[in-house]
Design a protein around this ligand. Sequence first.
Ligand SMILES: [Zn+2]
Length: 386
Amino acid sequence: MRFADTTSSIAGDSPEARRYNRIRRWLEMGDFLTGLAFMAVLLLTGWTGDWRDWAYQVAFQNYQLAVLVYVFMLMAAGKLLGLGLDYYGLRLERRYHLSAQKTRSWLWDEVKGLLVGLVFATIIAESLYFTIRQSPEHWWIYSWALFLVLFVVIAQIAPLVLFPIFYKFEPLDNDELKQRLVRLSEKAGTKVRGIYKWKLSEKSNKANAALTGLGATRRIILADTLLDQYSADEIEAVLAHELGHQVHRHILKSIVVQAAVTLMGFWAANYVLHLAIEQWNMFDRLSDFANLPLMVLVATVLSFVLMPVMNAYSRFNERQADRYAFKSIRSVQPFISSMNKLAAQNLAERTPSKWVEWFFHSHPAISRRVAAAEAYQPPLAMAARR
Ligand SMILES: [Zn+2]
């Protein structure tokens, strides 16, 4: 639910921005292919079986503990393989003056990211193989149900537990802005539970904003890089967009869409696992956790194939939030100027090529968002009030 697509790829109009975004896309693809190749090598060489045997030895032949050890090995090796590309990503941000983060701070983030990843991977793997052992027939439906619970829990705790691991947050202390937000949300007939300043500047020079959390943890976060450099009218436009996500219940809807995709994923994983056991003789049984790389492979390929669909859905939501912003602010001009500022500050492309937008972008191209704002006709009653 970010305000703009900044961490993923937006290519640029200037040669500099175009080059930056092209490299970013290649980095993403490189990262994806490295992960894919890693899983494929483990499976094709049979090393995954050796790793499973080592895990059993380390775990004194205890199944649950062995799953944990195996997950640790997988995650650690994956991290080592991807570290070079990650570091290149940091160098890229620095080269284009988009970040001044020190290597030590970056490394610490990497360590924290790995630890958080380990916690989630362990929970997922243990519950996966638990359901497989309990119900080899219907494990994929039970696992899916468990995943749903996990989605909701993560969405709820993320603003309180996950984000603060990487960034500092504090309640917004700007009274004028708070007043404007209260007025905006009253107009929307919805309640904003909190608005926070997100100290992004320690890590990045890019600006961003987001609606995060679910239920009681639902809140709008505004990057300090945005608060410091945008006018009150522009920040209000950004807030109105985020409020649009809330009014249209986009977080909840995204969880529902994610649930449908995940069900497909589990069905496919079950199908491929049975093939691997019955046709390819790769494993003896479902509960052999050496098959974990195969499940990861299925999930990765599926998410890649579905990426354009998911991004199209996201762009639909973003357009809806934009339209909400147009009608709730007095003039679309601050929206347009905030978009232009954002594009310049984040080295984003206003007009990416059609296929790049279609495949990679979770947000409509900035040129389209600006064009939509310019074309917006307020209802007559509202126009009269201006
Ligand atoms: Zn948005």
